[in-house]
Structures are given as structure tokens and as C-alpha cells.
Design a protein around this ligand. Structure first.
Ligand SMILES: *[C@@H]1O[C@H](CO)[C@@H](O)[C@H](O)[C@H]1NC(C)=O
Ligand SMILES: *[C@@H]1O[C@H](CO)[C@@H](O)[C@H](O)[C@H]1NC(C)=O
Ligand SMILES: *[C@@H]1O[C@H](CO)[C@@H](O)[C@H](O)[C@H]1NC(C)=O
Length: 331
């Protein structure tokens, strides 16, 4: 117990670093949505028209920018991450093809991939081949919806995903698993990962789809989680870093159901304004709030927002990044 407290204290001080992909700054030139579609489970990019959070163009002439050549060959839940120097970028994704022959969601949670698909780039436009990196042990039935946060203090990424774990004697995963939970591991290179551990595991609520939002001061984060019983997304807050203590913000982000796959981002121009995309099982619906700690998320002006987008992530881009991406993958 004492060791645990020391570890938690050490983590809390270490993890005060900012999430570089969510820092609010007027030096950003736009937003990049990394996503996929059910019809085309590959990496797709939508680039904002300047710093508009509601007007985007489908890059690469509406074609995917990367396709998986590993694992199931399908990717979902696309997440783009970088370090604070923005000297390397990783696209990570769930390894899952729901169109594969014999596919069922039950099978996918028992015999699904225990890896994530990873691409690496040094400039956001020239990408490595895809790699399948196994992050879970034999007890896991699947690895879904990876996300990552760079930690300056330890110069590594913390990677999070959802798994359900089968009993150690149930090697064929035919029995009843425990509830879906959020797991994590640390990595410096997305090649080797520390042994995974539980991050959020609740006694009676299955959870998937975790996403963090850095709030601009050290240690201050929001995290979004999907309650799989109600199929709604709720919010928690902390000022103590990723491994600090978290407080539930009562209720859910929205009362409509279903909602999943939260992708949140700070507005590049207006301090204190945050945007949140929620997947209604068909496509992303955009919301916004000016009071994220006691939020009243309202629907954004979606008249120009692209349709058919599924669970992904939103990355603010510097002017240099924006120009490179727009030049390499014109609409
Ligand atoms: C995959 O399945 C989805 C949902 O059933 C369907 O909308 C989509 O067209 C299929 N895609 C392919 C490539 O077969
Ligand atoms: C998830 O939803 C169920 C059903 O409403 C509820 O009983 C449970 O407390 C919820 N859990 C969380 C963490 O919100
Ligand atoms: C919504 O955005 C569109 C362009 O993206 C604009 O033409 C329209 O006036 C906006 N509507 C409101 C209510 O702001």
C-alpha cells in the first residue's frame, strides 16, 4: 500500500506535462481530423479551412492516405500523436476489419487483435510502412481505440486502449470475460511497450473509448469515457496529471444515445472554447462548450461539417505542418 502511494505520488509529479496535441495557442493554422469510414476502413484526413472548426476539406481527393497491410488489414479508431518538439508523428489505430468473412462482434471481443497498427513519420507527410505492435497479453480478447499522450517529464508516450480480459485458465476465451476496461502502457518508440496495466477498471460499468483533453495548465486534464451500458460519454477532471485523482462531472456529455468515440480539441483562436466530436454510430456530430469544467455542450454549426466520419482524432497544426499536408494531399 505504501509502495503504491509512493508510485502514485511519483506519477502525479511526473505527469504534469502538457499534451502537445491539445495546447491552446494562436500559433496554430488549422485542424487535421484523422478518421476512417465503415465503407473504407483506412486512414482518411480532413483538413480545416484555416482555423474554422466546422469547415473541412477531404484531403487526397477523397481517398485514404494510408491503408493497413498488416493484421486484419482494416483500421478503425484512428489517432494521431506527436511529441512536444513535433519531431515525430505516429498514427495508431485499432486492427479490425468488420467486413472480414465470418466476422461477428462477439468473435471480435474474444479472438480479436491484441495489437495496434502503427505508422511513423518525421514530417507528417512521408510515412513508414504499417507495423502491427502487440501490446496485450494472452488474456486479452481485443485491443480497441488506442490513444496516446506524450509526457515531457519522462520523454515517452503513454498509450491507452480498451480490452476485456479472460480468466487465465480460459485460454480459448470461450467463457465470460471481465468488463471492458481502459488499459495503458508506456513507450518511447511504438515498437516496445511496457507491460500493460489497468488504467480505469470499474466494478459494474464496462468502459471503452477514452480520450484526454489537456486544459492548458500543468496537470489539468479532462478525460472522456464511454459507458457501454448506456452508450453515452461522460467526463472526468483532474489537476493532478494523468495518474492523479479524477472527479466525475455529473451526468453525460449529451443525453442522446448512442454516442461514442469522443474526439476533443481546444479552439485555436478562442481561449476557453472546446470542441467535441461524438460518433452517433453513423457519423461524427460536432459539439462545443465555453465552460468545459461545468459543461453545457451544445451542437455546433454542422452545415459544412463533413458527413460519414467515424471515431478518430483532431490535431491542431502549425502553419508549416498545415502547408505540408495541404501540398502533399490536395483535395
Ligand atoms: C463493410 O460493412 C459496412 C457495414 O456493414 C458497409 O457499410 C460497408 O459498405 C462494407 N464495406 C466494404 C468495403 O465491404
Ligand atoms: C453506466 O450506466 C449504468 C446504467 O444507467 C449505470 O448504472 C452506471 O452507474 C453508469 N456508470 C457510470 C460510470 O456512469
Ligand atoms: C453555418 O456555417 C455556414 C458555413 O459553414 C454558414 O453559411 C452559416 O451562415 C452558418 N450558420 C450559422 C447559424 O451560423
Amino acid at each position: 500500500m505504501q509502495l503504491l502511494s509512493i508510485l502514485i505520488a511519483a506519477f502525479s509529479t511526473a505527469l504534469v506535462a502538457s499534451s502537445p496535441t491539445s495546447r491552446q495557442s494562436t500559433s496554430y493554422a488549422g485542424y487535421l481530423i484523422s478518421t476512417f469510414s465503415d465503407a473504407n476502413p483506412q486512414v482518411q484526413w480532413h483538413l480545416s479551412n484555416g482555423n474554422s472548426a466546422s469547415s473541412f476539406r477531404f484531403l487526397n481527393d477523397g481517398n485514404s492516405v494510408l491503408a493497413s497491410t498488416v493484421g486484419t488489414k482494416g483500421v478503425r479508431d484512428i489517432f494521431l500523436t506527436t511529441n512536444s518538439a513535433r519531431s515525430e508523428y505516429f498514427l495508431i489505430a485499432t486492427d479490425l476489419d468488420i467486413n472480414a468473412s465470418g466476422f461477428s462482434w462477439d468473435w471480435a471481443t474474444r479472438q480479436g487483435s491484441r495489437g495496434i497498427v502503427v505508422w511513423k513519420s518525421s514530417n507528417l507527410v512521408d510515412w513508414s510502412e504499417a507495423s502491427l505492435r502487440i501490446v496485450e497479453g494472452d488474456r486479452a480478447g481485443m485491443v480497441w481505440a488506442p490513444s496516446a499522450v506524450w509526457d515531457d517529464a519522462t520523454q515517452q508516450y503513454y498509450v491507452f486502449w480498451a480490452s476485456r480480459l479472460y480468466g487465465s485458465s480460459d485460454t480459448s476465451h470461450t467463457g465470460t470475460a471481465n468488463l471492458d476496461r481502459i488499459r495503458y502502457a508506456a513507450t518511447k518508440d511504438f515498437v516496445t511497450f511496457s507491460t500493460p496495466s489497468d488504467y480505469v477498471a470499474l466494478a459494474t460499468t464496462p468502459l471503452i473509448d477514452q480520450e484526454f483533453q489537456y486544459l492548458g495548465t500543468p496537470g489539468a486534464f479532462i478525460r472522456f469515457l464511454k459507458n457501454e451500458t448506456t452508450n453515452q460519454v461522460y467526463q472526468e477532471r483532474t489537476t493532478g496529471g494523468l495518474f492523479g485523482s479524477w472527479t466525475r462531472i455529473p451526468g453525460y456529455v449529451r443525453n442522446e444515445t448512442p454516442r461514442e468515440g469522443p474526439a476533443s480539441f481546444a479552439d485555436n483562436l478562442t481561449p476557453g472554447l472546446y470542441h467535441l466530436l461524438l460518433d452517433d454510430y453513423t457519423q461524427y456530430v460536432p459539439y462545443q462548450t465555453s465552460s468545459i469544467l461545468s459543461p453545457n455542450w451544445v451542437a455546433s454549426n454542422a452545415s459544412n461539417f463533413p458527413t460519414g466520419l467515424k471515431h478518430g482524432s483532431v490535431t491542431p497544426l502549425t502553419k508549416a505542418e498545415y502547408d505540408r499536408v495541404a501540398a502533399k494531399y490536395p483535395e
